[in-house]
Design a protein around this ligand. Structure first.
Ligand code: T1G
Length: 694
C-alpha cells in the first residue's frame, strides 16, 4: 500500500509589500472562513511585520466574495487546533505597527472579531458586518462581546449580538465600527489609509477603549430593559441571554476579566444541545438546496416573466415575492372586482412595509409597476413560469392546466401552488408533464420563507434546478418534496391534528394541548393555529352535516379569530379565552361516541402529537418523499416555526432517542388505534441504535 502522503495544507495567507505597508491576503474560498491554516498564517504574518523594521503598517484583506465570514464551522466539535481565534485577534491588536482591516462582502462572527483586533477598519459601501453566532446557538468567542460594546456602544452591541443581524457599512460607520467607507479600489484605499496612520501612537486598541461604556455603567438597568423588550423573541433560546451576560461583563469588568466570562459563557453554549441543533440546522438549510441525482451542470431555464393565476390571498402573496425581486408579474383573475381587490391588497401590504421603514415609497412604486393585472387568459402566453393559485379542487386545477397547455409557449414552466393535491394527476392533463412542478408556498406567501418544490414523476431536471435557483432569488428556502398527500409539512401535520382532536374527546382541553406545544417552543399550538388559519378551511360548508368537532364549530360560525370565535373566544384585540360553548360541544361528542373522559398528562400529549409526527416523517423518508431527514427539519422550522434550537422534528427525535420514541408510541398504541401504524424505518433505526440526522 503506498504511504499516505500528508498533502501539505496550502497556506491560504500570503504577504506582499506596497512600500513600507505589508499587505496580508487571505485566499480561502468560499468565504475565507478562519480555519486553522488561516489562523496560523495570520499569526505568522503579523509576527513577521512586527519584527521587520521595513514595515511601518499592515493591511489585512481577503480575496474572493468576502472578508472573513467567521470561524470555520466545520471545525466545531473537533479537537481544537492552535492558534485559537482569540490568540489571533490579540496578536493583531498587540502588533507594534498599525493594522488596517480592508472589508468587503460580509465580515461576520470571527471575521468581525479579527477586524476589531485591527486598529483601523475601512470598508466598501456594499459591505455588511455582523456577529451571527447567536444563530448558531453561540456568542462571539474571540473577544467580540468585549470589543464590540467598546467600539460601537453597548446598545448597538446588544442588538447585534442577540439578533445576529448584519449592519450596513453606513450604519457601521455611524456607530464607529468602521473608520472610513471607500469607493472603488478597496486595497488601494486601505493602503493609503495605512500610510496616513503609520506614525500614530499609541495605537487605538479596541480592548482598551472605555468611553462608550460609561452610560451603561451609570445605568445598568438597560440590560434588564433589553431583556424585557425582547423576552418574546428570545423565548426558549439560551444563546441570547449568554450574549447579554457577556456584554454586561464588558461593562462591569476590566477587559481581561470580561474576556474570561466570555470564554466561560461560550464554552457553556458550545457544550449544549441548542448550539449543536443550530449548527446542524445551518448546514441542513444549505443541504436542502442540493438535488440528488441531477447532473451538476444542469442549466436552469431563464425566468424573465412570471404569470400568476388567482389574485387572492395566496396569488397576491406569491406575486409579491417576484415583484420584490424585480421580476415582472402578470396576474390573471376571472373578474375585475377580484383583480382590483387582489392588486389593492398587494399595494396595501407594500405600503404597510414602507410605513415600518423597511421599504421606500419609490421601491413600492417600482414593485407595483412590474405588475400587470389581466382578465385575458391568453395574456399569460408570454410568461416563462406560470403559478396557479386557485381553489384547492382537482377538477378546477385540471381545467386550468388543460387551458395552459394550449396557450403557453414551449418551455414555459407550469406550476401549481396546491398544498396537497397530486401533481402527477395535474401534469397528466397536459402534453408537457416534464414542464409541470409543484411550488407550494406557505401563507402568508410574501412572508413565510418555506417553499416546497414538488417533484412530479416526469418533472424535468432543469425545471427543478430552475425552481431551486428562483427560490433563492426570491429569498425563499426551498425543499424538494415527492408527490404524496400533503407532501412533507402538511402530511406530518395530519397525524398531529388527528391525535390532538382525539385527545380533546378523551379529556384534554384545547388550552392544555396548545400550552404543551407552546412550552415545547412552537409559536402556537394546533388549536390556536386552526383559529388563525380558519376553522372553516376545508369545511364542506353543510351546517347540517356534523361529523366531528370542527364541523360543529364551523356550523355555528365559529370560524376562528376572523369571527372572534373558534376553538377559543376572542375579544376585540383578538386575545383568546377558553370557550364554555366549545367545551359543551366536545363533551357532547365524547358522550355520543361513548368516550370515557380522563386526565391526560402533558407527556401523553407530546407522545400522541409530536412522536406521531416523527413517525410520519420517517415514513416520508422511507417512501422517498423527502431527499433527507434534514430536509424535513428545514420544512418544519421554516414552514411551521418549529424551534430551531431543537433542530427540527428529526434532529429532535435523535436527541430524544429513537427507542424512547418507539416505546412512547407503543404505550399509546391502544389510544391511537387504526389511525396509527409504525414506520418500519423508525423501528429499524431504533432497533439498531441509529439516528436520522448524523
Ligand atoms: N464556516 C464554514 N463554512 C462556511 C461558513 C463558515 N463560517 N460560512 C459559509 N460556509 C460555507 C457554506 O456551508 C457553503 O458551503 C458555502 O460556504 C457558501 O455558503 C469564534 C464562533 C457568509 C453570508 O455564522 O452567513 O465565527 O454548501 O451558501 O449565500 O466568534 O455563508 O457550498 O459546501 O451560505 O453567499 C460565524 C455563516 C461563525 C457565517 C455567505 N459566521 N455563513 O452566504 O453562501 S461562528 C457565520 C453565512 C464564529 C467566533 C464564532 C453565509 C455567508 P457549500 P452560503 P452565501
Amino acid at each position: 500500500m503506498t504511504d499516505v502522503i500528508d498533502t501539505p495544507t496550502i497556506n491560504p495567507i500570503s504577504t506582499s509589500r506596497h512600500g513600507d505597508v505589508m499587505i496580508v491576503t487571505s485566499n480561502n474560498p468560499p468565504v475565507n472562513a478562519l480555519g486553522a491554516a488561516v489562523r496560523k498564517g495570520l499569526v505568522a504574518a503579523i509576527e513577521e511585520a512586527d519584527g521587520d523594521e521595513g514595515v511601518q503598517a499592515v493591511v489585512i484583506r481577503c480575496e474572493g466574495q468576502t472578508f472573513f465570514a467567521g470561524a470555520d464551522i466545520t471545525e466545531f466539535g473537533k479537537p481544537p487546533v492552535m492558534p485559537w481565534l482569540p490568540t489571533v485577534v490579540d496578536t493583531i491588536e498587540n502588533c507594534s505597527k498599525p493594522v488596517v482591516a480592508a472589508i468587503h462582502g460580509t465580515a461576520l462572527g470571527g471575521g468581525l472579531e479579527v477586524a476589531l483586533g485591527c486598529h483601523y477598519r475601512v470598508a466598501v459601501k456594499e459591505a455588511k458586518l455582523g456577529v451571527p453566532e447567536v444563530k448558531l446557538g453561540l456568542l462571539p468567542g474571540a473577544g467580540g462581546t468585549q470589543r464590540l460594546p467598546r467600539v460601537a456602544g453597548v446598545q448597538k452591541a446588544l442588538e447585534m449580538v442577540t439578533s445576529g443581524a448584519m449592519v450596513s457599512a453606513r450604519d457601521a460607520c455611524d456607530v464607529g465600527l468602521i473608520d472610513r467607507i471607500v469607493e472603488g479600489d478597496l486595497l488601494q484605499h486601505a493602503v493609503a489609509y495605512a500610510e496616513e496612520v503609520r506614525d500614530v501612537r499609541p495605537l487605538p486598541k479596541s480592548s482598551e477603549r472605555d468611553e462608550k461604556l460609561a452610560d451603561a455603567r451609570a445605568n445598568p438597568a438597560i440590560f434588564d430593559e433589553f431583556r424585557k423588550t425582547n423576552a418574546r423573541k428570545f423565548r426558549g433560546f439560551e444563546a441570547p441571554e449568554a450574549n447579554i451576560k457577556a456584554v454586561e461583563a464588558a461593562v462591569a469588568k476590566p477587559y481581561a476579566e470580561g474576556v474570561i466570562d466570555e470564554r466561560n459563557l461560550f464554552m457553556g453554549l458550545m457544550s449544549g444541545v441548542q448550539s449543536r441543533a443550530q449548527q446542524y440546522f445551518f448546514f441542513a438549510e444549505r443541504k436542502a438546496a442540493k438535488i440528488e441525482g441531477i447532473p451538476d451542470d444542469t442549466k436552469p431555464r431563464a425566468i424573465n416573466k412570471v404569470g400568476v393565476i388567482g389574485a387572492g390571498t395566496m396569488g397576491g402573496g406569491i406575486s409579491m415575492n417576484f415583484l420584490s425581486a424585480g421580476i415582472p408579474v402578470t396576474v390573471f383573475e376571472l373578474n375585475q372586482e377580484a383583480l382590483d381587490r387582489g392588486t389593492g391588497v398587494m399595494r396595501r401590504n407594500y405600503e404597510a412595509t414602507a410605513s415600518k421603514g423597511r421599504m421606500t415609497g419609490e421601491q413600492v412604486e417600482r414593485a407595483m409597476d412590474l405588475l400587470t393585472p389581466t382578465l385575458e387568459f391568453d395574456a399569460l402566453a408570454g410568461c416563462d413560469l406560470i403559478i396557479e393559485a386557485v381553489f384547492e379542487q382537482m377538477e378546477v386545477k385540471k381545467e386550468i392546466f388543460t387551458r395552459l397547455d394550449k396557450v403557453m409557449k414551449p418551455g414555459a414552466i407550469l406550476a401549481s401552488n396546491t398544498s396537497y393535491l397530486n401533481i402527477d394527476e395535474i401534469a397528466a392533463v397536459t402534453s408537457r408533464p416534464q414542464d409541470v412542478v409543484g411550488l407550494h408556498f406557505f401563507s402568508p406567501a410574501n412572508i413565510m420563507k418555506l417553499l416546497e418544490v414538488v417533484r412530479g414523476a416526469k418533472t424535468a431536471p432543469d425545471v427543478l434546478v430552475t425552481a431551486m435557483q428562483l427560490a433563492k432569488k426570491i429569498k425563499k428556502v426551498a425543499v424538494v418534496a415527492g408527490v404524496c398527500h400533503g407532501f412533507i409539512g402538511n402530511r406530518m401535520l395530519m397525524p398531529r391534528q388527528v391525535e390532538a382532536t382525539k385527545l380533546l374527546l378523551e379529556g384534554a382541553t384545547p388550552e392544555q394541548i396548545d400550552r404543551v406545544h407552546v412550552e415545547f417552543g412552537m409559536p402556537m399550538g394546533p388549536f390556536q393555529m386552526a383559529d388563525l388559519a380558519g376553522v372553516d378551511i376545508g369545511w364542506h360548508r353543510d351546517p347540517t352535516r356534523i361529523e366531528n368537532i370542527r364541523d360543529a364549530l364551523a356550523a355555528e360560525g365559529r370560524w376562528g379569530q376572523k369571527k372572534q370565535a373558534g376553538f377559543y373566544d376572542y375579544d376585540d384585540k383578538r386575545r383568546p379565552s377558553p370557550s364554555p360553548r366549545v367545551q359543551e360541544i366536545i363533551d357532547d361528542f365524547a358522550a355520543k361516541q361513548g368516550v370515557t373522559r380522563r386526565d391526560i398528562s402533558d407527556e401523553e400529549i407530546i407522545q400522541r402529537t409530536l412522536y406521531t409526527m416523527v413517525n410520519e416523517g420517517a415514513k416520508i423518508l422511507e417512501e422517498g418523499m423527502a431527499q433527507r431527514a434534514s430536509d424535513i427539519d428545514v420544512v418544519w422550522v421554516y414552514g411551521y416555526g418549529w424551534p430551531v434550537y431543537r433542530g427540527g422534528p428529526m434532529f429532535w427525535a435523535d436527541t430524544e432517542g429513537l427507542q424512547k420514541i418507539v416505546d412512547g408510541l407503543r404505550a399509546q398504541r391502544d389510544q391511537m388505534g387504526s389511525d396509527f401504524s409504525f414506520s418500519q424505518l423508525l423501528l429499524d433505526k431504533a432497533e439498531k441504535g441509529e439516528k436520522f440526522t448524523r
